[in-house]
Write a protein that binds this ligand. Structure first.
Ligand SMILES: NC(=O)c1ccc[n+]([C@@H]2O[C@H](COP(=O)([O-])OP(=O)(O)OC[C@H]3O[C@@H](n4cnc5c(N)ncnc54)[C@H](OP(=O)(O)O)[C@@H]3O)[C@@H](O)[C@H]2O)c1
Length: 572
């Protein structure tokens, strides 16, 4: 039996833009529905847009999220093709029973798909929304969908794999979640070549998905257009899919398209100067299979989605799991809003209930030092100024044991200690991140935590023996520490110290990374920690050892040749 209430991430009203975790009733599935226990939910740009910009949601309190995967918990009376315990993926909707930033949601069985064993639940959670944005925009024939779909035959329909064979397609934003599915779906339709813009670091990955050419997205619009024309080899570009659809991409998309061609946008049309009589069809998708006008194409898609995933016709997005269960979504959306997510999808685990404590007053500086990277016989020296901040400490729930007997029960539990760099760049040549934390002592509230070798430079799996008293429940938590490391570089040259600047400017070149340490600290308790909010801890801070203001900054190009070489060697 599912519980009667569960946790969900809410926006409480239109004015307050803050997410909060609250309990709400578990919804009851209708006869054609499934109740899903959500174990993974993906974060999408629409979620932060609703929060920050007040995008189209009018009913509050509102539960966010429309992308998920999990386990079937209950099956509606008329559903015959799913059973309790099936792993499924589905797309949510903008009403609370069907939202996905929560632990349980209902969905119509006809728009849910079983997850094949070849992919993880986290990967499966990345599929629904972005794939729907591509499939509904290209293949919906419903007359009500004229403004949101170009209505091409789908790959599963007659002519759907032959009509476009050998025709080029141009995709803007190939590395975005939507762009990755646009590459794969247009390949299924037979388009060739498949030309995408992206940051070139994603080139090999996008080619593995089916892109035949990846153009550097930082080139000027004119240069990109010239490149597309060259690759197209004189063939007209009759389909452009603009997965980004911002003010700088839409005019490019429009200009690349031949008269009479089709342009699919992922956001509303803001193309400033259209030419009269060019007969270009422009649609702005509404990528959700729950709407009545997208439902038929959605059902057709979901009936073959398991097979597409199982056979590798469709590869899910790459995943980064954000920690702290539903609470982790809040920081994740902030990162997306600040363009700090590239080529991966953030996924959260709503079933994981953690208690997070943040330092009172914000990230706490716990270590500040200067380390020598290299010195030169001519007297020059290059140094790293490294500041380490404690961001939060989290009690991660691992397991619960319920002892219903009148005798003590003994259980074994294994947990692992380790250090992980979860975000940003680890500048290993300059600083070994693990070693920098080994032996670090941090005063948190009334105790002092000193990090051991097993928690930093090496890892260990420990097995504990836990005694659970009669007629009681015990829950095991492991403590995780999250740090932010910020680094800049100091050059000693010309008898003076300089901050190393970035190319072309006086901004100081900085490298940051986020480090998580799954520590040896654990807690067993008969009272579960609750996840109602974020608590605070008092942390002993240190003084900052290196201030940028103590020296002038030199542009990258004006550093010494030696220093430039050293920085390049470190990938900086
Ligand atoms: N209409 C709908 O129903 C619908 C549905 C889904 C999404 N959307 C919208 O579609 C857009 C994309 O969504 P998403 O989930 O795919 O986003 P996403 O995965 O979060 O997008 C991040 C990626 O966008 C790429 N990017 C950013 N600016 C670019 C540019 N000028 N040219 C090329 N690539 C660029 C970045 O590429 P690099 O890594 O190469 O830097 C980054 O990897 C969003 O605005 C979203 O709101 C609309």
């Amino acid at each position: 039996m599912p519980p009667t209430t569960h946790k969900a991430l809410f926006l409480l009203d239109e004015q307050s833009h803050e997410w909060v975790i609250r309990e709400r009733p578990v919804s009851t599935p209708g006869p054609k529905d499934l109740l899903i226990k959500i174990t993974a939910t993906a974060l999408n740009p629409v979620d932060w847009k609703i929060q920050s910009l007040g995008y189209f949601v009018k009913e509050f309190p509102y539960v966010g999220g429309t992308d998920a995967a999990g386990l079937v918990e209950e099956v509606g009376s008329e559903v015959t093709n799913f059973a309790k315990g099936d792993r499924v993926l589905f797309q949510g909707w903008f009403d609370n029973p069907r939202a996905t930033f929560q632990q349980y949601a209902v969905v119509a069985a006809e728009i849910a798909a079983k997850i094949p064993n070849t992919i993880s639940t986290d990967q499966a959670a990345t599929v629904a929304l972005a794939l729907a944005t591509v499939v509904t925009g290209l293949y919906n024939h419903n007359p009500q969908a004229k403004s949101i779909s170009v209505g091409f035959p789908a790959p599963w329909e007659e002519g759907g794999t032959t009509k476009f064979a050998g025709q080029p397609v141009f995709i803007i934003g190939g590395a975005s979640s939507v762009g990755q599915y646009a590459i794969q779906v247009t390949k299924l339709s037979g388009f060739f070549p498949i030309i995408a813009t992206a940051s070139l670091r994603h080139e090999a990955f996008l080619k593995s998905l089916g892109a035949t050419h990846v153009i550097d997205r930082t080139l000027s619009a004119a240069a990109i257009q010239a490149e597309v024309t060259k690759i197209g080899g004189g063939k007209p570009i009759e389909l452009v899919y603009d997965a980004i659809s911002l003010a700088d991409t839409q005019p490019l998309a429009y200009d690349v398209l031949v008269p009479g061609g089709y342009l699919v946008l992922s956001l509303p049309d803001i193309i400033p100067a259209k030419k009269a009589g060019d007969n270009k069809t422009i649609v702005s998708t509404f990528g959700n299979v729950q709407t009545p006008e997208n439902r038929e194409v959605g059902v057709a898609l979901y009936s073959r989605l398991t097979e597409w995933l199982e056979t590798g016709k469709l590869v899910p997005n790459r995943v980064e799991v954000v920690h702290n269960g539903l609470a982790g979504i809040i920081d994740g959306l902030e990162r997306m809003k600040n363009d700090q997510v590239s080529g991966t999808k953030l996924v959260a685990h709503p079933q994981e209930t953690y208690i997070v404590n943040k330092p009172a007053g914000g990230d706490a500086l716990v270590k500040s030092e200067r380390s020598t990277i290299v010195t030169h016989s001519g007297g020059e020296g290059l140094y790293a100024a490294v500041d380490t901040y404690l961001v939060d400490t989290t009690w991660m729930r691992q397991v619960s044991w319920e002892n219903r007997t009148d005798a003590m029960q003994t259980y074994q539990h294994s947990y692992t200690t380790e250090l992980k760099v979860t975000q940003g760049t680890e500048v290993t040549v300059a600083v070994n991140v693990g070693a920098a934390f080994e032996g670090l002592s941090v005063g948190v509230d009334t105790s002092t935590k000193t990090f051991t070798t097993k928690e930093t430079t090496s890892s260990e799996t420990k097995t504990m023996t836990i005694n659970v008293p009669p007629r009681s429940t015990l829950t095991f938590y492991q403590r995780q520490y999250t740090f932010r490391t910020s680094m800049f570089f100091i050059l000693n040259a010309w008898h003076q110290e300089w901050n190393a600047g970035s190319p072309g400017g006086y901004d100081i070149e900085r490298k940051t990374c986020t480090v998580q340490i799954n520590s040896e600290d654990y807690l067993t308790t008969e009272t579960e920690l609750t996840n109602e909010g974020v608590g605070t801890v008092r942390v002993n801070t240190v003084a900052r050892a290196n201030n940028e203001g103590d020296r002038l900054t030199r542009k990258r190009e004006n550093l010494t040749e030696w220093a430039k070489q050293q920085l390049s060697k470190m990938g900086i």
